[in-house]
Design a protein around this ligand. Structure first.
Ligand SMILES: NC(=O)c1ccc[n+]([C@@H]2O[C@H](COP(=O)([O-])OP(=O)(O)OC[C@H]3O[C@@H](n4cnc5c(N)ncnc54)[C@H](OP(=O)(O)O)[C@@H]3O)[C@@H](O)[C@H]2O)c1
Length: 207
């Protein structure tokens, strides 16, 4: 499938593009606000690069991996070009303080707010996967994805299952993005306290 990664010049977008390109099953295009920046990063990664608007054209799945505070604004900017294309939001707004990292105080998740501004179905997930873990090769942790549209969720699950040895798991309706995004704050605190790149592994599945 053709996967467009918006914010593909960033830490997470680059790592995701490189990992999916290494697996080799999808056509990857990274997007940026700046076409030249996209093309330079794309050349390093061995994928295609374009503006965010250009990258979504003809994509089967759009991964919104821009800086979280700008995710809504970026979704609005590409909404017309995306049409009905499914969007996977990996973004989490975090509140940093000297006492630690807290989740976004907004009662609705960022993913639900993104669904308000795009026509295609929004799914949310992969928040718990650190860019550094993706750079480490095949992923040894689970990926949780939620969403209300079954087809869009299956599409995202099948793409993200290619990341590695962990499972890509259906975490229910899009409202659960509130929990998945909130879990990111927990993980970032763990990373800081224990100097690790923590991830999630769900127990109870028997091989
Ligand atoms: N880092 C991780 O380990 C990790 C893990 C899971 C999920 N995430 C999520 O993935 C997303 C990207 O994280 P990151 O660490 O890669 O962030 P980042 O490097 O700070 O930013 C990613 C990209 O966002 C774009 N951007 C920056 N300011 C923007 C603006 N004002 N308007 C539109 N685009 C803007 C930039 O692309 P251009 O300048 O090229 O347009 C930048 O390369 C975040 O939403 C984060 O919550 C990150």
């Amino acid at each position: 499938m053709k996967v467009a990664i918006l914010g593909g010049t960033g830490s997470f977008g680059r790592a995701l593009a490189a990992r999916l390109a290494a697996v080799g099953e999808d056509e990857i295009v990274i997007g940026s606000r700046d076409r030249e920046r996209a093309r330079e990063a794309a050349a390093e990664l061995g994928v295609a690069g374009d503006t965010n608007e250009g990258a979504v054209a003809g994509a089967d799945l759009v991964v919104l991996a821009v800086k979280a505070e700008t995710a809504l604004e970026t979704a609005r900017a590409v909404a017309h070009a995306m049409g009905e294309t499914p969007l996977l939001s990996v973004a989490t707004v975090l509140v940093f303080s000297k006492d630690g990292v807290r989740p976004d105080p907004d009662a609705r998740s960022l993913a639900e707010r993104i669904q308000d501004v795009v026509r295609g179905p929004v799914v949310a997930g992969v928040h718990s996967v650190a860019a550094a873990s993706l750079r480490g090769g095949a992923l040894d942790e689970d990926v949780l994805i939620c969403g209300d549209d079954r087809e869009a969720k299956e599409l995202a699950l099948s793409a993200m299952a290619r990341l590695g040895a962990g499972r890509a798991l259906d975490a229910g309706p899009l409202a659960n993005a509130r929990t998945l995004e909130g879990m990111t704050a927990v993980i970032v605190n763990l990373n800081r306290r224990y100097k690790v790149h923590a991830g999630v592994r769900i127990s109870g599945f028997h091989e």
